[in-house]
Write a protein that binds this ligand. Structure first.
Ligand code: CAA
Length: 391
């Protein structure tokens, strides 16, 4: 199958030798360290602590942490190349490995030099996790409705509330918690705080049991009279909503490329199976009913990859990427769902069985249409960008 790097002329996404090497390292890691664990960790809902340790050791985590803090400082485009391969291995494990990008995103965007040098280097020194505490039981898509409060008390804030659906929170060293510092101001009364998860009053309530991506932890936690220093506030009071949106602009291409990874995996399995499985005296690849499905898979995966690469490229130019991040997230997530559903169809009865890998891919793909903003929220963002351009 032609890929973006060979298919595009004029506007070129031709990969450099270094980028090809980076992608090959990630594919090898996914093949040797992720794939062999994927099925078992899915069944057992295992937090992939061993894979996290190995990925950390070989430098496949925390890719965007800037060089000033001792990180690789990889740009968004290059981290897409790694993200696709890790998620090709398993999106549950891939999400566990990539979620530090979301957790640390607000610190990278809005942290002071002191905050950056306090909170980012430890992520490079040890395989520790951080998370992004935005969603609440009554505020998922509608962020402005969140109810967690942060009340100033001298040089501290006292936080109360609850968070849910938070990736890696159950194993995180710290979480960026979004809370209202002024409930009368709606989204303009929201602020962001770095909360160490061992602070008294933070309780992990549940490691949630999910349909797919079961090897990634998704937890609910409560904050009861949790005291954090005012020095842990990111930006000014009231900056929280915009910081959450800016973070999601930055991370949605990374989620989109995860969807491309799972779709690519389903596509490759479908091609192999279609060549082997015989009906009516020929491999099923010879039947138009099957090969048209596979032709559509290849086309749509390539379109999703290109859209995601473009969003990442725009971020790397310093452009406002809200529209393209949502284009990429919406299209890649919906493509992954369609491709993995069709992969089950190509496999027929076997596809529906847990013995074969594609039913897991279909369950895994579903989450891409929900987390980091549902496909409907992406359309809402796109429509706002069209009708109320913010420049
Ligand atoms: N960058 C900067 N500022 C932005 C912005 C952006 N991308 N988007 C909006 N803003 C600003 C607006 O300019 C506006 O500013 P003013 O106060 O100056 O007017 C303000 O923010 C409010 O914007 P809207 O009126 O557009 O806000 P809204 O309340 O209508 O909702 C929304 C916007 C896009 C629907 C938003 O609520 C949203 O993105 N919802 C989805 C949330 C989401 O993705 N959650 C996933 C959580 S993370 C996760 O899933 C990972 C995990 O761990 C599982």
């Amino acid at each position: 199958m032609a890929t973006a790097e060979t298919a595009v002329t004029g506007v070129s996404f031709a990969l450099t030798d270094e980028q090809k090497e980076l992608r090959a390292v990630a594919r090898e890691f996914a093949t040797k360290e992720i794939r062999p664990k994927a099925a078992e960790y899915d069944v057992q809902m295992t937090h992939p602590v061993d894979v996290i340790a190995k990925a950390h050791e070989v430098g496949l985590m925390n890719l965007n942490i800037p060089a000033e803090q001792g990180g690789l400082g990889l740009n968004s485009f290059d981290s897409m190349l790694v993200g696709e391969e890790l998620n090709w291995g398993c999106t549950g494990i891939g999400t566990s490995l990539g979620a530090n990008g979301l957790g640390a995103g607000p610190v990278m965007i809005a942290g002071s030099d002191e905050q950056k040098s306090t909170w980012l280097p430890p992520l490079l020194e040890e395989p520790i996790l951080c998370s992004f505490g935005l969603s609440e039981p009554e505020a998922g898509s509608d962020v402005a409705r969140l109810k967690t409060t942060a009340v100033r008390r001298g040089d501290e804030y006292v936080l109360n509330g609850s968070k849910t659906f938070i990736t890696n929170a159950g194993y995180a060293a710290w979480t960026v918690v979004f809370a209202k510092t002024d409930v009368s101001k709606g989204h303009r009364g929201m602020s962001a705080f770095i909360v160490p998860m061992d602070t008294p009053g933070v309780t992990i309530e549940q490691h949630l049991d999910k349909m797919g991506q079961r090897a990634t932890d998704t937890s609910a936690f409560a904050l009861q009279d949790v005291v954090v220093p005012a020095a842990n506030r990111l930006g000014e009071e009231g900056d929280g909503f915009k910081l959450a949106m800016q973070t999601l602009d930055f991370t949605r291409p990374g989620t989109a490329i995860g969807a491309v990874g799972v779709a690519q995996a389903a596509y490759e399995l479908s091609v192999e199976y279609a060549k082997e499985r015989v009906t009516f005296d020929v491999p099923i690849a010879m039947h138009q009913g099957v090969n048209f499905m596979i032709a559509d898979m290849a086309t749509e995966i390539e379109a999703a990859r290109l859209l995601t690469w473009q969003a990442a490229w725009m971020l790397d130019q310093g452009d406002r990427a809200t529209l393209y991040s949502s284009f990429a997230k919406r299209f890649a997530a919906d493509t992954a769902m369609k491709v993995t559903t069709d992969a089950v169809q190509v496999f027929g009865g076997y596809g529906y069985m847990k013995e074969y890998p594609v039913e897991k891919l279909m369950r895994d793909a579903k989450l891409f249409q929900i987390y980091e903003g549902t496909s409907q929220i992406q359309r809402l963002v796109i429509a706002k960008e069209i009708f109320i351009p913010r420049g």
